[in-house]
Design a binder for this molecule. Sequence first.
Ligand SMILES: Cc1ncc(COP(=O)(O)O)c(C=O)c1O
Length: 425
Amino acid sequence: MGKLAMTGGTPVRAKPWPAWPEVDERDVAAVAEVVRSGKWSRLGGTKCRQFEQAFAKYQGAKYGLGVSSGTAALEIALRAMKVGPGDEVIVPPYTFMATATAVLQVGALPIFVDIDPETYNINPDLIEGSITERTRAIIPVHFGGLACDMDRILAIARKHDLLVLEDAAHAHGARWKDKGLGTIGDAGAFSLMTGKNLAAGEAGIILTDSAELMGWCVLYHDFWRGAVRADAVESELPEGWSVRFPVLAGNDRMNEIEAALLLSQLEKLEEQTQRRAANGDYLNGLLAQIEGVRPLRRDSYVTRNSYHLLVFQYTGEGFKGLPREKFAAALQAEGIPVSTGYQRPVYQHPVFLEAQTALPKGFPVKGGYYGREIDYKEVHCPQAERLCQQETLWLGQNLFLGTRADMDDIAEAIAKVKRHVDELL
Ligand SMILES: Cc1ncc(COP(=O)(O)O)c(C=O)c1O
């Protein structure tokens, strides 16, 4: 019997980790009130609008529009930006599928630009090399809640007349130069699905300072925009809003039950974000002292990380060549719920690799629509591929809702695996 939990020893951590979501009686009462009122739809209700205004204010934008998911938020914002067939949109490869598939859904082509290996965010040095006359927008993803280099991204966008849609699915409460993420580019798209730092099961929200863009978002998100407009930016909707069905819309409305829960959860968000930020920063300080693991680089523009995910790197030095998978399994056995994250970059999934058959009639990749052949099998982003395969480790946001002692457990588990690594070789 060894010392490590994997070889029969006692785990560092047996206590449960903080639960997510944090639910109290105010959440229950808020939802019960809407259920009893019978006003479950935003058509005739008030909660969606209240939530949109409250979250937009919290994050620092003029306008918000609640929608059905973070995926819908990305798609609707792209439609509102008039991105469509014939256009290219620059995205990072290290992200959730929806960042890139939203681009396909509007008939445009995602163009993958590799990440900075020290931040896991899109590498601004590589963006300009991928811009063509068809490029219309950039979608930077603030991965895990760590801000992208928005000064450089905005400068490139200005120079080439591109729109910037921030994928802020991980970034509630996170800041860049003290500005809320998702409020820096032309629009921001947030997910509010169950595991996110602000959650209601499924939902999303679009933020923007542009009344015109918000007007188009309203139109595209909702067949019955005539009813929604009253509680949106009525006076500033684009010309044509009052004509029935001026655009090809869908129905991605948020509902009042979700909004009531979100309003109640939003009251807790700032305090939770402070807890996560303090614990995450503290843990990163500990990780920096352990040879063989490394925190991501934190540039000075990152004024608050929301730690939706604390991403760190396993270099293996000092672990005698122990592969990452074994290291992660050993940590899990010690009671640390670490994950190795995405197994491959977005473009290595079948919907891209086999786009010609996986997409309906191969659109938009097939048929020379773009004047050039797009074959995602030829795309290579070496940094994203390498870190998916060997390097990345994720710790989820709920771990950071506890105490410093919890962080000490994580660091101790890593140190323990290192001390007894011979038991695993
Ligand atoms: C980076 C990123 N973008 C977009 C989304 C899509 O959000 P949703 O699941 O609410 O559709 C997610 C969700 O996991 C995400 O992580």
